[in-house]
Design a protein around this ligand. Structure first.
Ligand code: AQP
Length: 371
């Protein structure tokens, strides 16, 4: 049996890894031989991920996903579903499985294009845990003790302050360093972890020889830190209960209601100023969604009350999310497609990750009887 594949139809960018599965034999489904082709790397590499620990939030969208989509053509991007990170907080197994699948659909709906970027599940690439362990031995307790996210999360989950929560930033370092990432798109909340990644990589490179590329942050001016609507001094989080978080799958009515209830102040003037946390947050959201500057927003709502402003923010956010939600429904109805994307993504990611891991194993002195 012969299958004609026109390789001229495959648009492979520089640096991308292509996995081809050839099916042959009686039944045509029975044998698969993965062939991996790799182009010379010239584009800068980007790595990022979101924990599938619940429905993604407006913060995940404006602070991460939307920016990932924008850089897909310029860079060679690896976008993972960080399920290993997700279990640092107790998850209901069936919910985690379902959230992984839904999050993959959200990535695709937001515009992550599997022909341009590698979309994969972290737990399907064993090199993340393997490098994570090695790097644990190169991260210092004093460094980990300073991580503010550990302090925040252990305060929020006082009944489950586990080792994984503590070494979370080291696994994040492994995620980034495995792909020799040049750039990591992060919200402000992750900058401290990125700094630690750089320190661990530099320490390892000095102890042996150049092994890891030292990554830099790629921050966006808008949406870098979206705050909770009910407590605008805290980051908007998936796990927040109540109306402080807008979820990417919230209906228009829910979005408008949550924004109408957002905590503001008694000043009554729509302007960006020190201490006006609630209004500043709503202005940041409105600016990120509409592309308007703070000055433009201030003049648009000059002489109007918070009610008008909140209605406009609610409408703008709901309209932006509605487009994405339509796409999401489309992907959710095609389970086979999403599964295929995740299988191929893991193969491509594993190929690259294994190269870095074997270099690290050799440098630290692990014996390989095959060599
Ligand atoms: N509120 C936010 N504003 C801007 N960016 C945000 N990000 C998350 N929340 C905001 C960005 O999304 C990426 C991945 O985040 P994550 O969801 O994997 O991790 P997290 O920040 O620990 O998530 P939560 O929502 O706080 O999780 P729970 O509630 O489960 O503990 C990062 O790039 C981050 O900057």
């Amino acid at each position: 049996m012969c299958y004609n594949t026109k390789y001229s139809d495959i648009n492979l960018s520089q640096g991308q890894v292509l996995v081809v599965s050839i099916r042959f034999g009686p039944g045509a489904e029975r044998y698969e031989v993965p062939i991996i082709m790799e182009m010379n790397e010239t584009k800068k590499v980007v790595l990022s991920g979101i924990q599938p620990s619940g429905t993604l939030t407006l913060g995940n969208y404006l602070g991460a996903l939307r920016n990932w989509v924008k850089v897909q053509d310029e860079y060679l991007c690896y976008y993972m579903l960080a399920d290993l990170h997700a279990i640092t907080v107790r998850q209901v197994p069936a919910d985690l499985r379902q959230n992984c699948f839904k999050t993959a659909a959200i990535y695709l709906a937001a515009g992550i294009d599997p022909n341009k970027s590698t979309l994969f599940l972290q737990s399907m690439v064993p090199a993340h845990s393997q490098l994570g362990w090695v790097l644990d031995c190169y991260a210092m307790m004093g460094e980990l003790n300073r991580m503010t996210q550990f302090k925040d999360k252990s305060a929020r989950h006082a009944d489950n302050i586990n080792g994984g929560l503590y070494t979370y930033p080291v696994l994040m370092a492994a995620d980034i360093l495995l792909y020799q990432a040049d750039l990591v798109p992060v919200g402000n909340d992750q900058l401290q972890h990125l700094e630690l990644t750089r320190d661990i990589a530099t320490r390892f490179n000095h102890a042996y020889s150049d092994t890891f590329k030292i990554p830099k942050g790629l921050t966006s001016e808008t949406g870098a830190r979206i705050m909770s609507l009910s407590d605008p001094t805290k980051k908007m989080s998936k796990s927040e209960t109540g109306d402080g978080t807008i979820f990417m799958l919230d209906s228009k009515d829910v979005v408008i209601r949550k924004i109408r209830k957002a905590v503001t102040d008694s000043d009554g003037e729509v302007r960006y100023a020190e201490g006006k946390y609630g209004i500043n947050n709503l202005m940041s959201i409105y600016s990120a969604v509409t592309g308007k500057t703070f000055e433009e927003i201030e003049s648009e709502f000059a002489g109007k009350g918070y009610g008008d402003f909140k209605s406009a923010v609610g409408e703008a956010v709901a309209d932006e999310l509605a487009v994405l939600q339509n796409e999401y429904q489309h992907y959710m109805s095609d389970k086979a497609y999403i599964n295929q994307i995740l299988i191929e993504g893991a193969e491509k990611a594993s190929y690259v990750a294994r190269k870095t891991l074997s270099k690290v194993y050799r440098k630290v002195g692990f014996y390989d009887p095959a060599k």
